[in-house]
Write a protein that binds this ligand. Sequence first.
Ligand code: 5GP
Length: 194
Amino acid sequence: MKLLKDKIVEEGKVLSKDVLKVDAFLNHQIDPVIIKAIGEEIADRFAEAGITKILTIESSGIAPSMFAGLELGVSVVFARKSKSVTLSGNLLTSKVHSFTKNVTSDISVSKDFLQEGDVVLIIDDFLANGQAVLGLLEIIDQAGATTAGVGIVIEKGFQPGGKLIREKGIRVESLAIIKSLENGTVEFLEGTPT
Ligand code: 5GP
């Protein structure tokens, strides 16, 4: 997606050869114009997939998911990372190790909002080692629902997550795939990842 790639080049900051900071439009300050376009692009790619629900993880997956949900006419459920007093019993849970924070969190979703018969589109901001997506897949499995695919804003193609998820036979659509962050420069992968 050209608009997104241009935005990454203009406003992204390469923190190391492994980490890209996009706080200016996605992870801290949110640019509604580009995030709306991102959500709609993901929705378009899964328009024929019979999606009944979008599943994401708090907090950075929520904004693009909202716009995709609006476009597809379905609700958005976000997995919670922290326990809330209002979130008790009746939970689907899994563990996710965070690449950026180096902590493992329990994530949970109420059984009220994800059920057998749901066809689920997972959306997240980044795909790195695939741990967040694996945790969400586990939750969909526990609900007895079906995964239609995964929509990702930025995939780091030099990390193993994309391969791991695609090898499970799951459709992954990433709007920008980064080939390398070496020498402080963002290099994109053009075409389909193998
Ligand atoms: P994974 O679970 O695929 O290893 O990592 C995905 C999660 O880690 C995303 O939800 C995202 O929050 C975070 N993440 C991974 N790599 C990066 C990165 O380079 N930059 C930012 N801002 N977040 C990242």
